[in-house]
Design a protein around this ligand. Structure first.
Ligand code: SF4
Length: 279
């Protein structure tokens, strides 16, 4: 969607899928829904259909057009693993990430069982890529903690947690097999409060289990004023990244073309046209 982003832990967002449905308390004040619904009915706008699920195949090859390596938040306006996204389309997104491997992709989902099953199966070719970080959202104990166990049993090389919005004390968290933890509070009107001791508990567990810790924000109604310092400092830790040079423009175009051709092939073979509800 954009080769720059205001989200603290990424450089760019890429949205080959738009729209989603709510599945757990963390979704209550979904920023993506609020943004998308503002444009429902606006002719020609990318969110003319509001937050309804839509595949956006013309965005599939967008990472090939970026001329510098980026940290890319995949589907910041959606959830790649929701039921309505066909397996073939998820595979197409993964093929782009494997091929355009000079970027580092952050794939975040609340549909952790489908993520696990896909990495064990049809996405096995992408599971071990060090430039693809597979993550789950963790907002509370009831819905969030089981997602960590699903993620841990997925054969991913890099696994991460987005503990945001943190809604309660998570207690003791098993971070084995986890390479990165982001924590943040909810922001905007009606934001649910986050207590400092909940954040400190996670930071200390990250320290003890040697997991990089990123503190995104306190959140609240006045997000900017509340800032992102914890005990007088910021926490901007990341997993290690390997630098891969960007190929020249001609090569990037050829690679993008090969992905487009493959995608046309599977579309002809049966990816249901109604799934491609483009604007
Ligand atoms: S899963 Fe994410 S994108 Fe989907 S409704 Fe929930 S918060 Fe929004």
């Amino acid at each position: 969607m954009s080769d720059s982003s205001k989200i603290e832990w990424t450089d760019a967002t890429w949205n080959p899928v738009r729209g989603c449905t709510k599945i757990s308390p963390g979704c209550k004040h979904c920023y993506a829904e609020t943004f998308a619904e503002r444009f429902r009915g606006v002719k020609g706008h990318p969110y003319e259909q509001g937050f309804d699920l839509r595949l956006v195949p013309e965005k599939l090859t967008e990472p090939f057009s970026w001329r510098s390596p980026k940290l890319v938040f995949v589907n910041s306006m959606s959830d790649l693993f929701q039921t309505g996204v066909p397996d073939d389309y998820v595979e197409a997104v993964a093929r782009v990430m494997v091929t355009a491997n000079w970027h580092t992709y952050q794939v975040l989902t609340k549909r952790s069982e489908r993520l696990r099953d896909a990495l064990r199966g049809e996405l096995g070719f992408a599971a071990q890529q060090e430039n693809i970080w597979w993550g789950v959202s963790v907002e509370d104990r009831k819905y969030g903690l089981p997602r960590i166990d699903h993620l841990r049993t997925a054969p991913a090389r890099v696994r991460f947690l987005s503990v945001e919005p943190l809604l309660e004390d998570l207690g003791k968290v098993d971070l084995s097999g986890i390479s990165w933890v982001i924590v943040g509070g909810e922001s905007g009107p009606g934001a649910r409060p986050m207590k400092k001791e909940w954040v400190v508990s996670i930071r200390e567990q990250c320290r003890a289990q040697r997991v990089p810790f990123f503190f995104k924000q306190w959140g609240g109604v006045r997000k900017v004023r509340n800032g992102r310092k914890l005990d007088g400092r910021t926490y901007d830790e990341y997993p290690q990244r390997t630098a891969v040079p960007v190929p020249d423009r001609t090569m990037c175009e050829a690679l993008a073309e090969s992905i487009s051709k493959w995608f046309e092939g599977i579309t002809e073979q049966g990816l249901k046209p109604e799934a491609l509800r483009t604007a």
